[in-house]
Design a protein around this ligand. Structure first.
Ligand code: E4P
Length: 218
């Protein structure tokens, strides 16, 4: 399973990159705004800065909701760096845009996916990635993990190449469950990724090993 980090914060991206486990980055307009990145030129420069930091795919989301606007924005984003994946919302115009980008060899990430039917359409349109939002489903008392399982089954039934990119991840158990369900990629905040490191028996075990070493080497 690939690990993407879900942030536009350069320090956090660098920290995950330094761990040696990072395969890519996802951003969205809210994450960019959270870092205070506003204005088209600053936003495009920030995508370039992120691409400099990591080797893998970097999702950059279009703001337009009409077909022509998405094409113009997507082509501009894709021209920034070959690592850029054009992130397109799961709407009618978005599906048409994904199909257009797919035919042109531009990578896409179909975002705001909340049902397996939407995921089926994204795959038919040729999306590189589909982003089911598991945390936001959990927020409305619907098990987001069931959606990952259903999409896995559908994609395997028809051998779609579209990769399942589990998004809206909130905690380390989401990452574990995504791995069990066979998600191809998980994008998560740094806190959820580093939380995977922790186990109280690891902490106490290491303390004991070091204490015993120090006793014997006084
Ligand atoms: C990433 O691709 C998504 O935009 C992101 O994971 C959404 O996360 P949220 O539901 O925590 O805002």
């Amino acid at each position: 399973m690939k690990f993407f980090i879900d942030t536009a914060n350069l320090d956090q991206i660098k920290e995950a990159q330094d761990l040696g486990i990072l395969d890519g980055v996802t951003t969205n307009p809210s994450l960019m705004a959270k870092e205070g990145i506003t204005g088209k030129d600053n936003i495009l420069q920030h995508y370039k800065d992120i691409c400099e930091l990591v080797d893998g795919d970097v999702s950059a989301e279009v703001i337009s909701t009409d077909f022509d606007g998405m094409l113009k924005e997507g082509e501009e984003l894709a021209a920034l760096n070959e690592q850029i994946v054009v992130k397109v919302p799961m709407i009618k115009e978005g599906i048409k845009a994904i199909n257009y980008f797919s035919n042109k060899g531009i990578k896409t990430n179909c975002t705001l996916v909340f049902s397996s039917g939407q995921a089926l359409l994204a795959a038919k349109a040729g999306a590189t990635y589909v982003s089911p939002f598991i945390g936001r489903l959990d927020d409305i008392s619907t098990d987001g993990m069931n959606l990952i399982e259903d999409i896995r089954t559908i994609y395997d039934n028809y051998m779609f190449d579209t990769e399942i990119l589990a998004a809206s991840v909130r905690h380390p158990m989401h990452i574990n469950q995504c791995a069990l369900m066979g998600a191809d990629v998980v994008t998560a905040p740094l806190s959820a990724i580093t939380a995977l490191l922790n186990h109280p028996l690891t902490t106490s075990g290491l303390e004991k090993f070091l204490a015993d070493y120090n006793k014997g080497n006084k």
